[in-house]
Design a protein around this ligand. Sequence first.
Ligand SMILES: Nc1ncnc2c1ncn2[C@@H]1O[C@H](COP(=O)(O)OP(=O)(O)OP(=O)(O)O)[C@@H](O)[C@H]1O
Ligand SMILES: [Mg+2]
Length: 384
Amino acid sequence: MDKDNGCKEKPHILVVDDESNILTAMSLVLQPEFDVTVAKTGDKAVKKIRRGMDFDVISLDLQMPGLSGIESLKAVKQLSPSTEVLIVTAHSDAESTRGALKLGAYDYIDKPFSNAELVASIRKGVERRSNTTGVEKTKEQLAFVKAQLIQSEKFSAIGQLLAGVAHELNNPLTTIMGFSEILLLRKGSSDRTRNYLEKINESSLLCKNIVQKLLAFSRKEGAKQEYIQINQVIESILELKQHDFKVDGIQVVKQLADNMLGTTANFYELQQVFLNIINNAHQAMKMHAGTGTLTVKSSFDEKVIRINFLDTGPGIPEKNLQKIFEPLFTTKKKGEGTGLGLSICYEIIKEHKGNIFVANNQGKGACFAIEIPIVDQQKSLNLG
Ligand SMILES: Nc1ncnc2c1ncn2[C@@H]1O[C@H](COP(=O)(O)OP(=O)(O)OP(=O)(O)O)[C@@H](O)[C@H]1O
Ligand SMILES: [Mg+2]
């Protein structure tokens, strides 16, 4: 995933100490710069990692009841070798400290330490982690580009197939809808017959929606592009969703950039993209906790407009992250999702020569990032 696409988080630090006062003090010092989690015992710390939480740096008290600092360090390094561990010693116990360094801790500090000392040591660990993961990241990026290449081939084949199917379905569907409506308008039918006809009509409407999605997915380029303001697209969709959100008690936090540059794009297609992402976030939060908060951010530099959608739903399981932009991939029950929403978003954003990314917000929900290149007004006027 791109480093600065707005889904980037503060480095994650876990502070482990059996003294509550020390935990509170260290958290307060570190919080402005880092995302801090605390644990009162080594066992609790190890449990968090086992549950899949990822920390860049762990500050580990050497003297703790239960699982000792050294034992915790061993377990941490086994479960997550790239996590950096800072040892905190009450009184410099040279032998244990040496042992800890041998086991992979990158540094130690003696209690009492100054705030500046603590922050500097943690920063050092964060930097080490980002360096060690640098090579892995490059590998990941290469794999991502490869996967995208395969994806785009797969997309065009599936797109052609879907377009064909959708087209063929349109005629019989129009017939079903048309005749059921005519029969519904006839007087003298029994209630039972009317009930059946209404069901036929409702189901054919559902099919029509699916066919429209299929056609949107496989539609050919050439849709009208004009000079637009992305913030207006966002506002229009949030307005559309206002009532639904109110019903489910979903809070919306808007952080839209001031004086944003306009760009050349298709207003309605981008509306569709934002609506699909927002609908997914809405559904995820509703299923997860019944309610939640959606944060929508926009920002820009001289080349790119960036839009982020963060929700407080369950997030996306790691194994699904690679698949969610694939057509027909869905985790929803039959009839609740076609699995086309995000693949349509992907297609539209690619057509705009942009990028779409997804990341998890450390168990706090999903984050979608969209980047759209800024195309100047002059060019858009020429496009007519
Ligand atoms: N914000 C989110 N939080 C959690 N999971 C998500 C989120 N957005 C997407 N997903 C996952 O990605 C899958 C694919 O999403 P997509 O929008 O393509 O299809 P869908 O929502 O299942 O169906 P539809 O075609 O009706 O949109 C979803 O089924 C869901 O598992
Ligand atoms: Mg969807």
